[in-house]
Design a protein. Structure first.
Lengths: 362, 287
């Protein structure tokens, strides 16, 4: 006699136990500590913080450990945790002009006030596997330079003095909050940038790359890419003044893009912008390019039908937690739907006179 | 933490009270405009999008400590995702759970409506993947919202007509579109069209789409019409067999493959319904 399979509950528990064992791996190999992940896989930690929308290196490292290194899974863990956190208020906007820069480069000027600071970059490394690392990861300390206490001015400010680049007027209105309001279109630039900041790095990179290859080309120069720490300040109503609550690392990219002008307005360069938690420069540059492509309407450009110009397409498909959930949900049982399709197809085939074996099999 | 619960670090039913209030407002708006998709600020839940986060948020917003919850997936209480969601609410809300349809005050479902008719005071919560019935005719949300506000439903009728001209039948077997109170076209979630006629019921029906950030609702006894044509009336057909275990004639059936020679049998997809019938002495051919 056929008995409908029971025991889903035990199967789930056993699967979880097996998963935990697989996560740990061979117990003869020392277990990874959260601190090791935080310190030695810091770019993975940065990505999880950026796309998880939560600046907490320890939690991000824990999520990476729990997720067995699957970064999208780790991002999901962080997002799910983040939703449960109470909201005490909002910080003041961070001042990236006051950033203590670890890295600051400009592709548009050879030299400039504040200088070019390469910082800890892969850029000019030769991508040769370093077999020494397999045996011994100890490194001599890097040479120290002089740091300047002076704030490093933004490169676009130099262009602005000549009126060569579009104004980015100060806007004191409250930005929208994607995590508290449903995304509705058209989305303004602050919402688009928010959405892109937490969008999947690969998706954003692909979108940005497509603009470089001609799908809504905006010809971007990296006016400035800076990475460093900024203070997070918050107004405390009870105190009547703001206090610094934390310091965070961010990556900011400003692009200078092809100009526009009209009979009445002289030609000016335009801007793209990206700001990301942590050291995440591939993502910051990608966001700046996609941001610029999405601005076609306000800048009076043509809609050439490129994916990166389509805010609805970009914003609805860039979130990897949403995307992976929906994609993977097709693993769930669908036998009720499938059954109804089966019956429909059988019926249509029967009527078309092409059904074979239906009766015989029963 | 206003109610005692077994997972002390989280609020009753996981979501904080502010969030639940926001969801309840969306539900009330949905009930006031049956079939209209209300945008809501869906939260990231600890289970993936596409796995019932909309339904879970709606359930969390309507559950009270006195409720008894039933969770089904494909009609069954013992499918893995139903087990997982039921456990989630056992842990976070500490509510009583049941598999008995009649004993539940809140039923969260994926892809089915229970066979046993629901009554007033029950709430049926659907998990919805794509809330927009027009989505596969028009991928843009900005466009489909316009179509709803203008009641521009012609393209759907054209699609159904094209099915008939191509196949002789409307080739939609599940998520079969309905029109609510003569106004909004609505996706009934991917239930088989066999279940569509049950949607005119005494219970409240709430639909949650987490990833798509939409909630919609049907108040009790709302008129729900499955789209059709005069000469091609709606046909809620199912496999023409009785259940092999309980002998039920009018229940929706799953096809179970029993060997590798093409042998198969048909059994009730509603496991609670089937078990109850068997307990009452009903027998199918293989019982």
């Amino acid at each position: 006699m056929y008995v409908a399979v029971k025991g889903g509950e035990r199967a789930i528990e056993n699967a979880h136990a097996w998963l935990a064992e697989e996560r740990r791996g061979d117990t003869d190999v020392a277990e990874l500590s959260v601190a090791q992940i935080r310190e030695q896989l810091s770019l993975a930690v940065n990505r999880v913080m950026a796309e998880g929308s939560l600046f907490d290196p320890d939690l991000a490292a824990l999520a990476i450990k729990q997720a067995r290194g699957d970064l999208i899974e780790a991002i999901f863990l962080i997002r799910a945790y983040r939703t449960t956190l109470p909201r005490f208020g909002f910080s003041r906007p961070i001042e990236t002009a006051e950033m203590a820069c670890d890295r600051r480069i400009s592709a548009t000027f050879k030299d400039l006030p504040g200088g070019q600071v390469l910082g800890p970059t892969f850029d000019y490394t030769h991508r040769l596997l370093d077999f020494k690392l397999a045996a011994d990861g100890e490194v001599p300390p890097a040479p120290m330079g002089q740091t300047s206490a002076e704030p490093v001015p933004h490169v676009t400010g130099f262009l602005n003095r000549e009126g060569l680049i579009e104004e980015a007027p100060a806007d004191d209105s409250d930005p929208g909050d994607l995590t508290r309001e449903p995304l509705e279109l058209p989305a303004d630039r602050s919402l688009r940038l928010q959405s892109l900041a937490r969008a999947d790095e690969g998706f954003t990179l692909g979108m940005a790359y497509s603009t470089q290859r001609g799908y809504a080309r905006t010809h971007a120069f990296v006016a400035e890419l800076r990475i460093g720490t900024v203070a997070v300040e918050m107004d405390i109503p009870e105190l009547g003044f703001e206090i610094e609550i934390s310091e965070i690392t961010v990556t900011e990219c400003e692009t200078v893009n092809q100009f526009k002008g009209s009979k009445t307005e002289p030609p000016q360069f335009t801007r793209g912008y990206g700001l990301i938690f942590g050291q995440s420069e591939r993502k910051a540059i990608s966001v700046a390019l996609v941001d610029r492509a999405l601005r076609w309407d306000e800048l009076g450009e043509d809609d050439v039908g490129a994916p990166a110009q389509d805010a609805e397409f970009v914003l609805y498909h860039g979130d990897n937690v949403q995307a992976t959930g929906f994609l993977e949900h097709i693993k769930l049982p669908h036998y009720v739907d499938f059954q109804s399709e089966l019956e429909l197809v059988r019926k249509l085939r029967r009527e078309a006179g092409s059904d074979k074996g239906q009766e015989a099999a029963e | 933490m206003e109610w005692g619960n077994s997972m002390t670090e989280y609020n009753f039913a996981y979501l904080d009270e502010q969030t639940k209030r926001m969801i309840r407002r969306a539900i009330l708006k949905g009930l006031a405009i049956p079939g209209y998709q209300v945008p809501f600020a869906s939260r990231e839940m600890p289970m993936p999008y596409g796995w019932g986060t909309g339904g879970v948020q709606v359930s969390a917003a309507v559950l009270t400590p006195e409720d008894t919850l039933k969770v089904i997936d494909q009609g069954a209480d013992d499918t893995t995702n139903a087990v997982s969601i039921r456990k989630f609410f056992e842990r976070t809300a500490g509510v009583a759970t049941t598999t008995a349809t009649a004993e539940a005050s809140v039923i969260q479902t994926r892809h089915r409506i229970p066979e046993e008719p629901l009554v007033e005071d029950q709430i049926l919560v659907y998990q919805v993947p794509i809330p927009e019935p027009l989505r596969f005719l028009e991928p843009r949300e900005t466009e489909t919202r316009k179509m709803h506000s203008l009641e521009e439903y012609g393209p759907m009728h054209v699609k159904l007509y094209e099915d008939i001209s191509r196949h002789g039948h409307i080739a939609t077997a599940y998520a079969y579109p309905v029109q609510v109170e003569g106004r909004y076209m609505m996706d009934p979630s991917p239930i088989p069209k066999f279940d569509n006629p049950k949607m005119e019921m005494p219970a409240i029906q709430l639909f949650g789409a987490g990833r798509e950030q939409r909630i919609y609702a049907l108040p009790p006894y709302t008129k729900v019409v499955s789209l059709d044509f005069e000469d091609h009336p709606f046909d809620p057909s199912k496999a023409p067999h009785p259940c092999r275990l309980c002998g039920a004639e009018g229940a929706y059936l799953d096809e179970v493959i029993t060997d590798d020679e093409g042998g198969r049998m048909f059994v009730c997809s509603d496991t609670d319904f089937c078990e109850r019938r068997r307990a009452a002495g009903h027998e199918g051919a293989q019982a």
